[in-house]
Design a protein around this ligand. Sequence first.
Ligand SMILES: C[S@@+](CC[C@H](N)C(=O)[O-])C[C@H]1O[C@@H](n2cnc3c(N)ncnc32)[C@H](O)[C@@H]1O
Length: 214
Amino acid sequence: MDRIKKLCERLTRCNVFADVGCDHGLCTLYMLENELCDSAIISDISEKSLAKAEKLLKKYIDGGICRPVCCDGLGAAGEADLVLIAGLGGENMISMMDRDGIPRNFVLQPMHSVPRVREYLLENGASITRDDVFESGGKFYFTVCGTRQGGSDSYSEACIKYGKGDVNGDLGRYLRLELAKKYAYLGGNAGGESRRRILRDIRLIEGVLSGETE
Ligand SMILES: C[S@@+](CC[C@H](N)C(=O)[O-])C[C@H]1O[C@@H](n2cnc3c(N)ncnc32)[C@H](O)[C@@H]1O
């Protein structure tokens, strides 16, 4: 629940909001209850998942301001000016955007492959306007927010890997934990290519923690 609350803090006012892979539909409930959108589209590839959101949002669906669609990817989100895709794998998000286009404005919360998502967005002309991490229930969740166009963001190797969060906040906590894990791997049997990769990550993390920008 705390993850949803923190995720929703990233959502901004829009006309048509789309919650792709909506499952429970809680983020759409937040948008509609707080009058942060005029209408909403909830979509999910699974009928069973979508049914949960339909139950939660019945009042809005009956009132004609929330439209449920069972479909794969961004097919139903074309008219939305803000699209949320959260809780899915990064590679799945990339496949959707590759097939259906990058949404006009987006909030993405990939469960993994976040660096690949950043690379994909930047390589395809999108602009990343907020790229940070939050902690919830002992886990860390990266969110990547931005717009389809206007991309000229400068992203170092460290930013591609860890985003642009606040090192004095949750990003710092995440990186210190990662650093401890990397040193533990090094103390184990890591050799060859794997050792070189870990050393490189350590250098990157220590650079970010010490405030290096490149
Ligand atoms: C773990 S839930 C995340 C729910 C919610 N967005 C959240 O962040 O809590 C992932 C949902 O994405 C749906 N999903 C997975 N792949 C999808 C796709 N290609 N298109 C639409 N929905 C998809 C699943 O059916 C599932 O309901």
